[in-house]
Ligand binder design. Structure first.
Ligand code: ADP
Length: 444
């Protein structure tokens, strides 16, 4: 096992990783930007190193600075968390070349899954069902026009290296195609430095359902069931649950087996999430995330497995100590993302927290880095933390969530708390009847 890990991240996920390390008896090194000097992750880590100024590109994304910080502190491994460098295969390679362990999959797998075209190619070979679409990259408009009849409108033009819901264009008719392809290419180049785009059938009313994977370096791989992340705005998740209200044990076992078989054939290691859209009783793979995800706690709550500790253990070369049969889904968990955003316009709301009172009680978990008097810097994403609630049944979970949200006070900035509260009371949510469009088209 490692003696010391550097955490190349900030905010609640940095805290979450520090907590896991403490339980494993591992020393931690926090890195921080000048804007984060008062952050909790800096205070709770054993050591901390400033890696640059406020903008992420000058600090959390500065690979050289992060590696130097690992060198000078003698960290044996780097945990990238999510976002920032977590899915950067060049960083993963650099880390390993320095003789430091990258707590994640092999760099080549980070690379394949970071490109949705390569990822879909790999999954096609392993028999994973895909959203119908172009066989690869679209280079010309005429190529797109030729493919359109076999895919069928509406279609989605997607950036191969896209993320965070960026670089997607919906096309309803042929005359919108040319413009959509060029906008998608421009957005792809501007955001991801690569203008490769491809086409997918635009599914009208799917749910977003994803499978959590855990694999060691000895060929053992299991899945930990699904998460339903259909409640989204601008293709970004804000509420996640496990299990999905529409997935039966049989469906879970079948889809989970497909995922595990694919990961075994690939030789994948670490944690990962295979994301699917689900419509008309069919699952369609859309992408894989090769890192821990924001919504991992709901899986932890229903399985009892600490995913970050497992991730660190398998990175250190340990064998999985659990088998597929050991994984039992118990009860129901819901996570609400508490963003510093206006609950109606979703505009970011940075500022100082003038009063903070988190909820508590049985089955109530808060993963957050904020505190009374904390000033939210405007430079990073707006996630202040997550409220995760567990109960034996989904209906009890919603009741518990509703009262936890009533208790939750964050003064000084706007947050999504009022939106989540309204969601807990809505009949469609209570019935579990929603898809990825529901929040934007039927609720807001
Ligand atoms: P990103 O990497 O930007 O998160 P994804 O491919 O994971 O992109 O898609 C993000 C979200 O966009 C999905 O959860 C879903 O809401 C929507 N989406 C993606 N592909 C499709 C599709 N083919 N049809 C309909 N919606 C889609």
């Amino acid at each position: 096992m490692f003696n010391k890990i550097l955490i190349a991240n900030r905010g609640e996920i940095a805290l979450r990783i520090i907590r896991a390390c403490k339980e494993l008896g591992i020393k931690t090194v926090a890195v921080y930007s000048e804007a984060d000097i008062n952050s909790l992750h800096v205070r709770l880590a054993d050591e901390s190193v400033c890696v640059g100024s406020a903008l992420s590109k000058d600090s959390y994304l500065k690979m050289g600075n992060i590696l130097s910080a690992a060198d000078v502190t003698g960290a044996e491994a780097i945990h990238p968390g999510f976002g920032f460098l977590s899915e950067n295969h060049v960083f993963a390679e650099m880390v390993e070349e320095h003789g430091i362990t990258f707590i994640g999959p092999k760099p080549e797998h980070v690379k394949i899954m970071g490109d949705k075209i390569l990822a879909k190619d790999a999954m096609r070979k392993f028999g994973v069902p895909l959203v119908p679409g172009s066989p690869g990259k679209i280079e010309t408009i005429s190529q797109a026009k030729d493919l359109a009849p076999s895919i069928g409108y509406p279609m989605l033009i997607k950036a191969a290296c896209g993320g965070g819901g960026k670089g997607m264009q919906i096309v309803h008719t042929e005359h919108q195609l040319e413009r959509a392809v060029s906008i998608a290419q421009m957005e792809a180049r501007a955001n991801f430095g690569d203008n490769s785009v491809f086409i997918e059938k635009f599914l009208q009313n799917p749910r977003h359902i994803e499978i959590q994977i855990l694999a060691d370096q000895h060929g053992n791989c299991i899945h930990l069931g699904e998460r339903d992340c259909s409640l989204q705005r601008r293709h970004q998740k804000i509420w996640e649950e496990a299990p999905s209200p529409v997935v039966t044990e049989k469906m879970r076992s079948e889809l989970g087996t497909i995922c595990v078989n694919a990961m075994k054939q690939l030789g994948y290691r670490g944690v990962g999430t295979m994301e699917f859209l689900y419509e008309n009783e069919q699952f369609y793979f859309i992408e894989m995330n090769t890192r821990i995800q924001v919504e991992h706690p709901v899986t932890e709550m229903v399985t009892g497995v600490d995913l970050i500790k497992e991730q660190i253990k398998v990175a250190a070369g340990e064998k999985l100590t659990m088998t597929q049969e050991d994984i039992r889904i118990k009860g129901h968990a819901i996570e609400c993302r508490i963003n510093a955003e206006d609950p109606e316009t979703f505009m970011p709301s940075p500022g100082t927290i003038t009063f903070y009172h988190p909820p508590g009680g049985l089955g109530v978990r808060i993963d957050s880095h904020i505190y009374d008097g904390y000033t939210i810097p405007p430079y990073y994403d707006s996630l202040l933390g997550k409220l995760i609630v567990w109960a034996p049944k989904r209906s009890d979970c919603l009741t518990r969530l509703s009262s936890a949200l009533d208790e939750y006070v964050i003064d000084g900035v706007k947050t999504l708390i009022p939106l989540h509260k309204r969601l807990t009371l809505h009949p469609a949510i209570i019935k579990g009847k929603f898809d990825i469009k529901w929040l934007e088209t039927k609720f807001l």
